[in-house]
Design a protein around this ligand. Structure first.
Ligand SMILES: [Zn+2]
Length: 88
């Protein structure tokens, strides 16, 4: 079991969270002009870095989306931040 820090609820069991995606991806626009290949790359291709990474997660208990920085090698959580600008 690992504890993830929800910026709103504090440390909670990892089973209460869902991965939302890689942070910093820019949605291709205008949507009506985006072809299927480009849309597919946007949805499914990630940088998947080794080491520190920034991801969007959602805490299912409170329903809030937030930014979490974690290390993909050690699984250590470096920090989390509300998408509203508050930091923990
Ligand atoms: Zn929460």
């Amino acid at each position: 079991m690992q504890l993830f820090p929800c910026p709103f609820c504090g440390p909670r069991d990892e089973t209460e969270f869902h991965f939302g995606g890689e942070a910093g991806k820019v949605r291709p626009e205008p949507a009506a002009e985006v072809d299927a290949a480009r849309w597919s790359r946007y949805l499914h291709v990630n940088a998947n870095p080794r080491g520190a990474t920034r991801e969007i997660w959602v805490h299912a208990t409170c329903g809030e989306f937030f930014l979490m920085e974690r290390d993909t090698v050690t699984h250590a959580v470096i920090g989390s931040q509300s998408l509203r600008g508050e930091q923990r």
